[in-house]
Design a protein around this ligand. Sequence first.
Ligand SMILES: C[S@@+](CC[C@H](N)C(=O)[O-])C[C@H]1O[C@@H](n2cnc3c(N)ncnc32)[C@H](O)[C@@H]1O
Length: 363
Amino acid sequence: MQSTPNLDQFIPEPITRVAYQGFQESKKVFGFVHKLVSDRLTNTLIPEQASKSQPLDPEVFEKLQLKLKALEEKDWQDAQQGVYPNSLLFDNPWTDFFRYYPEVWLDMFKIWGRLEKKDYQSFDAAIDRVGYPDYYLQNFHYQTDGYLSDMSANLYDLQVEILFNGAADAMRRRILAPLKQGLQVFSSVPPQQLRVLDVACGTGRTLRMLRGTLPKVSLFGTDLSPAYLRKANQLLSEISGELPQLLQANAEELPYLDNYFHGLSSVFLFHELPAAARQNVINEAFRVLQPGGVLVICDSMQAIDSPDFQTMMNNFPAIFHEPYYRHYITDNLEERLTTAGFTNIQVENHFVSKYWTACKPES
Ligand SMILES: C[S@@+](CC[C@H](N)C(=O)[O-])C[C@H]1O[C@@H](n2cnc3c(N)ncnc32)[C@H](O)[C@@H]1O
């Protein structure tokens, strides 16, 4: 088992800060260059793809840069204030990066094939598709086999970091402070008896962060994809601490008792759900949370948050296959949370993501 080095103890803060800035900068440049090359290749091979998106004004790029800087500053400050250890700022799946980055390029050929044919329901014949909701059986982002193959799971984290220019993990980490704060209601409960569930945990990135932040708490993760859960199990086995309990489950029907969890998180799920499923997931979150429990959702920013980024939000579903995104960006999640019974709803925005923190009232 690999234990995370305690950087906080040995390295002076200014050095850690410069290292963090350098790390983020290198991920940004890497993501930017990758996208520049892959977009040029895609637009050359499939010329109609270029006409699907609108160019962004230079001021939008400038605003994005500022928002990214603010996100990184918040990430740094949360670590300095002890929300999580500095080591989390540097956590990166390096082995997978070197092993699977060439596959990201090889997979582009398959993606181009599907893009050209507008085929977004293509799965390997060996994949068992029985029992999944129809909305799930799609190639989101035109990714090969959707969420249902081991290769898709191996490439996923890398693809997401590239998509967000290296900011995906910093955005995920923004759920940690409100979740930790919300759990303070249960300060009389020993940490080992606290239960926190990450809904649609994917490859377990958020669970890794939760383990670093809440080392003693009992962690749980659910997802519909057996391949992503296998990957999560592999990645979570590498770190110290108790292994989170992983379960294959539809977030609309969580296989847990009422009032079971003290905290719940969900990252980058809601924009991939049809409207009715979004409400069902929120209702389920309410059901399985204890009175006083806290839910933190992280997903894309919405239309209401920034008219400046409207073109970017329009481009996203036009370029990638994201069938529910257009509705998602106009959906009122505060209303959905209230309908389910949640109170104390707080909303925050960081970079291109949005966060809802909500509490189940104490009876
Ligand atoms: C965009 S990924 C986000 C994964 C992860 N939370 C992250 O931060 O990277 C969406 C995830 O939601 C899962 N998913 C989609 N619909 C689901 C549903 N109805 N129930 C459970 N998981 C679902 C997918 O399998 C996938 O792992």
